[in-house]
Ligand binder design. Structure first.
Ligand code: FUB
Length: 353
């Protein structure tokens, strides 16, 4: 990310600053399926990773703040410092803010910028996975645990060994195996790892438009969910002819914000195309891919970033996402939800926000 080429409707939508608030307040929201409103209006929220645990919806978003850091190409203005967890009894229910679940000051190895998290549950423990820059300003992925889905979470003393870049998305398959998908280019630093070692020289992509695009990563998690169980692999996305998408194909190539869900035995890998602002997806018969590109399923939202998650609840599918309706400012976002519809062949219907 983050060159601000697309701040649409900003002036019209600016309605002023929200107030940072305390713990456990609820926000009632009227849900018009055709025109969803922000789920949370008293703090800024983004990158919502939603899950259903024990029949209830839990949302693990980024907590955007105005930190007065000037905007730069590396996303320095996204200078978040903690996470809140939200819950909803049902898709139209009130949204409960459970307060601070993890603060950067309680992560011993962390430097700055708590970006898009995700969560998982296994054997009586909830796991919060989060990307944050370490003290050398290199993004790593950390893990914190709790006995409650709403935290507070206790961070492990060090990042997950071998982790790098941003946007972890953790998926547990029907056979019980758990995988982490991760990565993000530009400010997410994925391009700096293209040789396998950290190389600080690139702030954007590799500028090799006719070569295969940089890939998101996938790795199986260990049984204790705290480490990687194998070497990290590429998530290759190919076109209908089996050719890898190219670096210059900005309308289709992976940028950041991975998500995985399974529908009728197929694996759906979905992601943001970043500077072209689409949500796109690709499918495979294996959680490792290769994934065949299927198309865009959400047109650009207002704001620069677009980031989503997908859940199933009572036979219906929902997409959680964000835009900048409350502020018109790229780094002060608000989360939303709407139904995700499919055609009979399993393909996802295009959403025009
Ligand atoms: O919230 C910070 C970053 O913005 C996330 O990690 C990206 O996915 C983008 O939404």
């Amino acid at each position: 990310m983050f060159i601000s080429t697309k701040i649409s409707l900003a002036a019209l939508m600016l309605i002023g600053g929200a107030v940072e608030t305390g713990i456990c307040q609820t926000t009632a929201t009227k849900r018009d399926p055709a025109n969803p409103k922000p789920l949370v209006t008293d703090i800024y929220t983004a990158d919502p990773s939603a899950h259903v645990f024990n029949g209830k919806i839990y949302i693990y978003p980024s907590h955007d703040i105005e930190a007065n850091v000037p905007q730069d190409d590396e996303g320095g203005h996204f200078n978040m410092r903690d996470y809140h967890v939200f819950s909803m009894d049902n898709i139209n229910g009130k949204v409960t803010d459970h307060g601070v679940a993890l603060d950067v000051k309680d992560v011993p190895w962390a430097g700055r910028q708590m970006w898009a998290p995700d969560a998982a549950y296994k054997n009586g423990t909830y796991y919060l996975y989060f990307p944050v820059k370490d003290k050398e300003d290199i993004f790593r992925i950390g893990v914190a645990t709790s006995k409650s889905p709403t935290g507070p979470f206790k961070a492990e003393p060090a990042p997950i060994p071998g982790s790098y870049s941003i946007d972890p998305a953790v998926f547990t398959d029907t056979d019980g195996k758990t995988y982490m998908y991760f990565g993000g280019i530009w400010g997410g630093q994925l391009q700096r790892w293209h040789t396998g070692k950290y190389d600080k020289s690139s702030n954007t992509d590799l500028k090799k438009d006719n070569e295969p695009a940089l890939s998101a990563k996938v790795v199986r998690m260990s049984k204790d969910m705290l480490t990687f169980d194998e070497p990290v692999k590429d998530v290759t996305i190919v076109d209908k002819d089996g050719k890898p998408l190219l670096g210059g194909d900005h309308d289709r190539r992976f940028f950041e914000g991975a998500w995985m869900h399974k529908y009728k035995d197929k694996y759906y890998f979905s992601y943001s195309t970043g500077d072209t602002h689409f949500l796109a997806y690709a499918t495979s018969n294996s959680p490792y891919g290769p994934f065949t590109y299927q198309g865009t399923f959400m047109k650009p939202v207002t704001g620069w970033t677009t980031h989503h998650s997908i859940i199933e609840l009572n036979g219906k599918w929902y997409i959680f996402y964000h835009d900048v309706e409350l502020t018109g400012q790229t780094h002060l976002r608000n989360i939303k939800v709407r139904e995700l519809k499919r055609k009979a062949d399993g393909s996802i219907e295009l959403i025009t926000p």
